[in-house]
Design a protein around this ligand. Sequence first.
Ligand code: PLP
Length: 614
Amino acid sequence: MIKEAVILGAGLGSRLKEKTVAMPKGFLELGGKAIVEWSVQKLLACGVERVIIGTGHCHEYYDELAKKYPAVKTVFNAGFASAGSMGTLAVCAPCVTADFFLLESDLIYDAAGLFVLDNESRKNVVLASGATYSGDEVYLEAPEGALRALSKNKNELRSVDGEFTGISRLTPVFLQKLCVYARDNRNTMPKLEYESAIAAVSRKAPHDFPVYVRKIENYAWREIDDAYHLQTAEQDVLPRIIENEECRSVRREVLLNPGPATTSDSVKYAQVCADICPRENEFGDVMAWICDELTLLAADKAAYETVIFGGSGTAADESMISSCVPDDGRLIVINNGSYGERLAKIASVYKLRHTVFESSAYEALDIEKLEYEFKTGRYTHLGIVYHETTTGLLNRIDQIGPLAKKYNIVTIVDAVSAYAGIPMDLEKLGIDFMASTSNKNIQGVAGIGFVICKKNELEKTGAIPMRNYYLNLYDQYAYFLKNRQTRFTPPVQTLYALRQAILETRQETVEGRYARYSECWHILVSAIKKYNLKMLVKEKDQSRLITSIMDPETPHYSFDALHDYACKSGFTIYPGKLGNINTFRIANIGAIQPSEMRRFAELLGGYLESIGWR
Ligand SMILES: *Cc1c(COP(=O)(O)O)cnc(C)c1O
């Protein structure tokens, strides 16, 4: 799996004349977007964690781009005006830590090329295409697929086996060789281009450093060096690329149910990868990275640790409750919805000493009353749901968590439907254990439950005799710490999807995600008001992630009819979950856009009109 990329973006682009006098070539726009931004987005969608851009001419443009994409890091080549592209690559080299994609900044290309190179079993590979007739081709001589030479002049080659696209995958070791070659030939070749260096190094040591050519005959790509390229790129190549990529898009279903949530296509596609034994180091690294990143979204890595299980969110809940409360402890569980009830149920299945604190399912809980319970000194542990998905009620963890800490109570929080959608800092909130899942606000696919644990509290649970085997939190933690493997087979492909979902969360940030979710919620709430519908929970007590709407009081209303009506347009909605009050729920979590919520609001209006409500 390729996790890094280098984009060479220092050049002057002088053949585009006035267009690139005050701007790097990568910022030429095609289809309303800078070509380098297309490239960065494709790299991120392909699972790249870090994009290093070598800059020179008008580098501020790239520095601005880096502010928009946290995964982008710019490296300035001060000698750009007198150096060739190899000089810029050499300046980027110290930042490269793993196998990487190497690209030029002035390329548009079909993302399939990245997928193909990522799936190569060979280490150093350049991507080639059939004839493009672009007028500025670099031809490859590659008998039997191994690179021998490359040139803009066909006559210099013994055979023409393809065109160089400007997309490669290389190892850090090979990169070092390139840098040494450039240094050794600095005097004779001050303007060395990186592709010439690649050909020279592989020619000199074809057995130690073979470079292979992977050719896709009809590959859609274009390098933009002059006005003619720009014109053909816009008229011919970009439409082909967009069409190819559209052909690979997955049917859009907007899930407005409270999880599993809608995922991006890149998350779905991340599951399509080479088979790997999860006991290999490479997969251990992926899992360790996932655990660290899940922690970092809500806490400090020095004090907290994430433990993952194959299982749904309830597996994570069960793991926490069954593993953290000692026999002589006592748990107080807040029940103000079905998920709180579920925590209490788990406590009773394991016959833990516990008390259930009942509170309204749709009104904010009485914190003074809760403190009165804390004051009795009977409780060692608190079990509470952060966001009651049953109704959309948000519990005030910001007040309750610190209050529990004041009474030395260990806090166990089901944040399954809050984590990664609501910004949180576990330390500040006084949370010791927090459960969530891969398929809600983190926007991955279903199959992984995880617990983020305060390390010192987790260590203490090692002394509690195991009440179960698979779900024991401490055992899972200790085994992974020692072996970088989970005790039992993890859902491998689901973890690759989660990795991609985390990358996309890092790009959006949890704050940004909360803002997008809130925008969708505002759209929904204004529609609810416009249609004279009523909400179950007061606006101020809502999470803004899920809204419970009272059924319209007309005999013509039927949830099933509304569900089917919405389904026909690609929206899935969910019934209410309260026994005594008739509601339906609209969740606005997942990879959905405000424009989609607007469409749903209109659809809801259309349905209500059809039953004579409006
Ligand atoms: C979704 C959810 C769960 C877990 O449900 P699963 O079906 O086990 O994934 C637990 N708690 C809350 C608050 C939830 O929203």
